[in-house]
Design a protein around this ligand. Structure first.
Ligand SMILES: NC(=O)c1ccc[n+]([C@@H]2O[C@H](COP(=O)([O-])OP(=O)(O)OC[C@H]3O[C@@H](n4cnc5c(N)ncnc54)[C@H](OP(=O)(O)O)[C@@H]3O)[C@@H](O)[C@H]2O)c1
Length: 312
């Protein structure tokens, strides 16, 4: 049976997927046609979706077996009342995960080694300092899912003292894992660098408010490649001004692109990266999508299923 797969990503992504997805379907043994034509919604079997694409009303897609997100974050679709089909999010152990591990490790090492001091040094600026070894530096990763666990493992592999936190209990070699509300303070205790890789949900909104920021080790560095809503912007700016937070490297924001007049741009203790920590890479993402659809078509359990009640 030939499946009809609707590509509902942004038009700008179509050249990246137009040939890759059909090739991936064939490689996965899937008999499928890819289309961007949504004029007959009742004929669509699966929807490949991104929030920046053309579809926000899923009700007419009465036959669709699943909606497959091109993004890891689902906060823009998870509460959509027209979505009754199962929602699968993007997990790509190659493109997305490796990209995030490289961004996180790179930015942790920047702060760990104090690289800025030398990158910006002037002639004659010959001050020799010796940073601690990674084994003497505490790093905390909040969120131990597909991305956070890979980052925690990579940091532990460099000998950092790594703690991590998730909703449910985890066991990751080399990582002190904590969970639940009670575990958060334990995970954060003493951390000099904190990495936020939580999804944005009602439970995680403003997790880093003034009180939480004040509870961190003085001068701690925050890296946020998770979502902008995890941090109270005004509280962060205040904590940066006092030096309670030594630096914030932020990749995600409440409003994107970050407005030109937002104080983050000009703050000397903030580094802004424009939501590039890890992007969905079509070459590997196409294979992930094809694999998920092939499994669904074989009647197997749907992979990477979003729990609508939890919000991620
Ligand atoms: N900046 C970028 O370029 C970029 C790229 C991709 C993704 N992201 C962001 O990264 C986030 C994480 O991605 P992922 O694939 O790793 O997600 P994931 O696999 O769903 O992992 C989420 C983790 O957060 C934990 N968590 C969720 N709610 C929690 C709560 N209330 N208390 C404690 N822990 C909680 C989960 O705990 P359990 O394991 O116990 O469920 C899980 O460990 C995405 O949601 C997205 O916002 C950003």
């Amino acid at each position: 049976m030939t499946r009809t797969i609707l590509f509902a990503g942004p038009a700008s992504d179509w050249p990246d997927y137009e040939h890759r997805l059909p090739a991936a379907f064939a490689a996965a043994g899937l008999d499928a046609v890819l289309t961007r034509d949504a004029r007959d919604p009742a004929a669509v079997d699966y929807i490949v979706y991104a929030p920046s694409g053309p579809i926000s009303d899923f009700a007419p897609f009465t036959r669709a077996r699943a909606v497959l997100g091109l993004w890891a974050g689902v906060e823009q679709i998870v509460g959509n009342p027209t979505l009754t089909q199962p929602l699968l999010r993007m997990i790509d152990d190659v493109g997305l995960t490796e990209g995030m591990v490289e961004w996180v490790v790179g930015h942790v090492l920047r702060h760990h080694l104090g690289m800025d001091r030398h990158i910006t040094c002037a002639p004659g600026d010959w001050v020799q300092t010796c940073p601690p070894l990674a084994r003497d530096r505490q790093v905390c990763v909040l969120g131990l899912g597909a991305l956070g666990s890979a980052c925690a493992k990579a940091l532990a592999g460099l000998n950092f003292q790594v703690s991590g936190w998730a909703r449910s209990k985890k066991a990751i070699g080399g990582v002190a894992c904590f969970h639940g509300e009670a575990g958060l303070a334990q995970a954060l205790a003493g951390a000099e660098i904190v990495v936020l890789l939580l999804p944005q949900t009602p439970d995680t909104a403003n997790l880093f408010d003034a009180a939480r920021l004040a509870s961190l080790r003085a001068g701690a560095v925050i890296l946020n490649p998770g979502r902008g809503g995890l941090i109270d912007d005004a509280a962060l700016l205040a904590a940066l001004d006092t030096g309670q937070i030594g630096h914030a490297t932020l990749d995600v924001f409440r409003t994107e692109p970050l407005p030109a007049d937002h104080p983050f741009w000009a703050h000397p203790r903030v580094t802004v990266t424009p939501h590039i920590a890890s992007t969905t890479r079509p070459a590997t993402a196409a294979a992930c999508i094809a694999d998920s659809i092939a499994r669904a078509a074989r009647g197997e359990r749907l992979p990477n299923l979003v729990d609508r009640a939890r919000g991620y």
